[in-house]
Design a protein around this ligand. Sequence first.
Ligand code: GTP
Ligand code: MG
Length: 452
Amino acid sequence: TDTSADALRTPIVAVLGHVDHGKTSLLDKIRGSAVIEGEAGAITQHIGATAVPLDVVSDMAGELVDPDDFDLPGLLFIDTPGHHSFTTLRSRGGALADIAVLVVDVNDGFQPQTLEAINILQNTQTPFIVAANKVDTVPGWNPNEDSPIKPSYDAQSDRVRGDVDDRLYSIIGELSDQGFSADMYWRVQDFQNNIGVVPVSAMTGEGVPDLLAVMMGLSQRYMKEEMAIDVDGPGVGTVLEVKEERGFGTTVDIVLYDGTIHEDDTIVVGGENKPIVTDVRALLQPRPLAEIRTESRFEQVDSVGAAAGIKVAAPDLDEAMAGAPIRVVGDRDLDAVIEEVRAELAEVAVDTEEDGVVVKADTLGSLEAMADALSEAEIPIVRAEVGDIAPRDVAVASTAEDELHRAILGFNVDVLGDAEDRADVEDVKIYTDDVIYQLVEEYDTFVEDQRQ
Ligand code: GTP
Ligand code: MG
């Protein structure tokens, strides 16, 4: 075994995109193809993530990837369900993901959550490529299972290729409208300044070899230095979800991006009111071959090193927040670690004004993104918190001096029944949406209507 502490960790790849554009199917395809190639044991299913080691990437990508060219161990893909905000994927100083795949359905083009994802990638300066998915649905497409895309594309009839090009160029055009220079990936030399578009099909596997090759190349070329970590150091991660789990109480699903976490470790987790100090009772991973979305039984492990997705069971996690940091104390001073977590939480603290709207969001990351969007739109905020819209939020909104500020903007949250009734009585407007810019637009429209 490797005894040196410094090692290169697996790059974390976020898979983002609009609902139904094929994020999960793409990951299923990668897992499925590996199973067929007899590599099932090599791909490990994590909580909320899939680890694909370099030899599997290289088997699947064929001549596109020569494992000798790489020393990064593979890729860790994080799937983000469409209804979930990608903004949870934050870490100290920015994005949790090192790189991202933006999945766009070639027939559907850019949709609200595509734009949302782009905004977030832009704000966090996360390098990404676009997977132009579902090319197999272009009428007349002649499938070529699991082939790299170029030969498959070249083998189509002129008419089909023309139809594919129309769709791809419209995606390239939309990227350009968002300020990105983009092109077919095989024409891109500099992936840091240009977005590569990879035509793929999660159904037939065409283009998947290319996608893996580009992701691997991109991480190796631009991320390698950031991947050097002290694997034996105290674990550092981000909470993706806070979940009730039968037999374990409240647990947190985390992505560990540095160091190692062990059973019985003392950890500090960002909580709604203050950092939570607790001890790890169990570290849980899905059972091998368990389907990620339906897994109900876990396997307990003693320790996990970065990068990994893992479920942490520990007492007192009820107030843990999605998007918050989690840190292993190790042999350091507990107060110092609490201070680190507090400082990280303070980074996301929103600047508030005397008079403004009330903002509620589902995670720390989305609260941060909402605050950014509102500040850009010059809309002041009086209070910003993680959580559902409750009567006390209405009480705060109702004290606004400016009529236009008698409003609550909720991102990805529920409106509690009493809050709704109270808002009616107090004449407070409540806006909710699961796309940030739409939420801001709705409020802007209200403001414009009032001013007329
Ligand atoms: P959410 O998690 O809900 O955001 O969706 P998703 O992006 O994970 O999409 P998902 O993978 O669930 O795919 C949505 C639908 O599109 C499913 O019916 C898939 O079978 C279909 N689909 C995905 N990729 C392809 C593809 O490449 N070709 C074809 N023909 N269908 C696809
Ligand atoms: Mg999905």
